[in-house]
Design a protein around this ligand. Structure first.
Ligand SMILES: Cc1cc2nc3c(=O)[nH]c(=O)nc-3n(C[C@H](O)[C@H](O)[C@H](O)COP(=O)(O)OP(=O)(O)OC[C@H]3O[C@@H](n4cnc5c(N)ncnc54)[C@H](O)[C@@H]3O)c2cc1C
Length: 495
């Protein structure tokens, strides 16, 4: 009899683990509290529109790049009807509006980025050229020559390391206040420069595109393959406790009191809940104590989405707009930027001739949103409406009057993130990418607890989809090694 493994959570990490375990002969049951796979990698429907929450750029969309084989193995890019998921690559990464009113376009062409920066701040020529050179190295190669790949990989790693420094420290190297503002616009000052440059560097190789159909479609593609191959995914299955006997994980108890036994348990659910609730704090190792006690986390989000009865394809797809009159949220934060995404590039998200538009705000004040939603539901609803109204006013400055053109309004908050995914502090990507966190690996195993492992964004600082998928791959490989059998990535055992 093959081992029965429970995977808690059908986010990308959990799905990936399930998929790789199945093809290596394990019996797998995924237990997911929500009604859909994907976790944070999700979308939802409102009035004929699909609101896409997650994917802006997905590393590995191009064949020949590092994470592509993972997505191929998982079936992420094969739709239900067998058609391939079309990938969109953009000419521009994003456009940033400075407080001076000037707009700076970060092109997908790094030579254009260099020239834009030089025009904006000729006094910083030396530093700009250095920046450009490092970005070029970070971009890597799509060459299939193993030696070229090896050398390029090493140079890439060196370039990445040089961008681990905090954003503020890096921004200070520039004399131009405009460039300093630009670097500090999108990313908190203590985060690593790499959190911006990683995405930018992927653009010229077209290795981090957007999959048409959106985030939930990707998760469903992966989940479908698992179920087709005999894996079980049980939705509405909220794991309450991980059962332990003689220092070994032996199964789980769900919130409805039912138990599911297993030979091995992998938690791909929220890290804090796994350690402090499902395991009742009994196995928290020093690295996790430190991480949950000290590491900064990615924020949560307020997202205002609009279905606009208009073709907005002449507008740039992504921009960060400066708000001369900031919006003050009920959580006490002052928002002076608005991250705008115009999804004209994905026709599956809106009815014909219409466009989905979404605005994202970051906030770390999750507790305030949860309290507002739970204790003052009427005020919570009113605050969401007020935010939508404020955002619409600003959008009309971009698009012109939208009177009679707004088909759909939807505002999600950190309370929604906590409700649907249970992520600690409503964080959208786990531990934030700082010099300290990025140079640390958190252990997948816990001391004193056998037959158990943790994976997902809370175990890999920096988070993101490719690392979640890689975690699933790596844990399956580790189990195969523990069980003394070869690890296969294909279903037929050929690879
Ligand atoms: C707005 C936004 C934009 C993003 N943009 C990008 C991007 O462009 N590119 C990129 O690479 N990444 C992006 N990310 C980050 C990426 O989505 C996450 O890092 C990744 O999806 C995390 O996957 P995970 O499987 O580790 O965790 P999760 O997605 O959190 O999955 C955990 C799963 O466990 C389930 N669960 C929790 N508790 C229980 C329980 N008790 N019982 C059963 N199930 C439970 C949850 O419901 C969930 O399904 C973005 C995220 C957000 C929110």
């Amino acid at each position: 009899m093959s081992k029965h493994i429970i995977v808690i959570g059908a986010g990308i990490a959990g799905l990936s683990a399930a998929s790789y375990l199945l093809r290596n002969g394990y019996q797998v049951t995924v237990l997911e509290k929500h009604t859909e796979p994907g976790g944070l990698c999700t979308s939802w429907k409102r009035k004929g529109y699909t609101i896409d929450y997650c994917i802006h750029w997905m590393m590995g969309t191009r064949e020949g790049t590092e994470f592509h084989p993972l997505w191929q193995d998982l079936g992420a890019f094969t739709n239900a009807d067998g058609s391939p998921v079309p990938i969109v690559n953009f000419d521009t990464f994003t456009t940033l509006e400075l407080s001076t009113g000037e707009s700076v376009c970060l092109s997908s062409n790094l030579e254009n980025v260099r020239d834009t920066f030089l025009a904006l701040a000729p006094e910083d020529e030396k530093e700009i050229l250095k920046f450009y050179k490092t970005l070029k190295t970070m971009a890597g190669t799509t060459s299939t020559n193993p030696l070229v790949k090896k050398i390029s990989g090493f140079r890439q790693l060196m370039a990445l390391m040089s961008h681990l420094l905090p954003m503020q420290e890096y921004a200070n190297r520039f004399e131009s206040p405009k460039l300093r503002e630009l670097f500090l616009t999108e990313i908190p000052s203590d985060w690593s420069l790499v959190s911006l440059t990683m995405g930018l560097a992927q653009q010229p190789l077209k290795s981090a595109g957007y999959p048409v159909g959106g985030s939930l479609n990707i998760a469903r593609n992966i989940a479908r393959l698992i179920e087709d191959k005999g894996g079980v995914i049980r939705y509405k299955s909220d794991v309450h406790t991980i059962m332990v006997s003689d220092g070994k994980a032996i199964g789980v108890t769900l919130s409805d009191g039912t138990t599911v036994s297993a030979d091995y348990v992998i938690s791909a659910a929220d890290g804090y809940a796994t350690l402090y609730s499902m395991l009742d704090g009994a196995y928290v190792s020093e690295p996790y104590k430190k991480a949950f006690g000290e590491y900064p986390v990615f924020p949560s989000t307020v997202m205002a989405a609009f279905g606009i009865h208009k073709d907005l394809s002449s507008f740039t797809h992504a921009s960060s707009l400066y708000l001369k009159e900031p919006i003050v949220f009920a959580d006490g934060t002052t928002q002076d930027r608005l991250n705008l995404n115009i999804y004209h590039y994905d026709p599956t998200l809106a009815p014909k001739g219409c466009t989905l538009v979404a605005v994202l705000f970051n906030t770390w004040e999750t507790e305030a949103w949860v309290t507002l939603a739970q204790e003052h539901p009427a005020k919570y609803k009113a605050e969401k409406q007020r935010i939508a109204d404020e955002v619409l006013k600003r959008l009309e400055q971009v698009f012109g009057s939208l009177e009679g053109l707004v088909d759909m309004v939807d505002v999600s908050t950190p309370n929604s993130v906590v409700h649907y995914t249970s992520n600690w502090k409503g964080s959208f990507e786990g531990f934030a990418p700082t010099k300290t966190t990025l140079s640390k690996r958190l252990p997948k195993k816990l001391p004193g607890l056998a037959n158990f492992a943790m994976i997902g964004q809370w175990t890999t600082p920096g988070g993101g989809l490719p690392t979640a998928a890689k975690d699933g791959h790596d844990i399956a490989k580790m189990l195969c090694k523990e069980d003394g059998k070869p690890f296969r990535t294909s279903w037929d055992g050929q690879r």
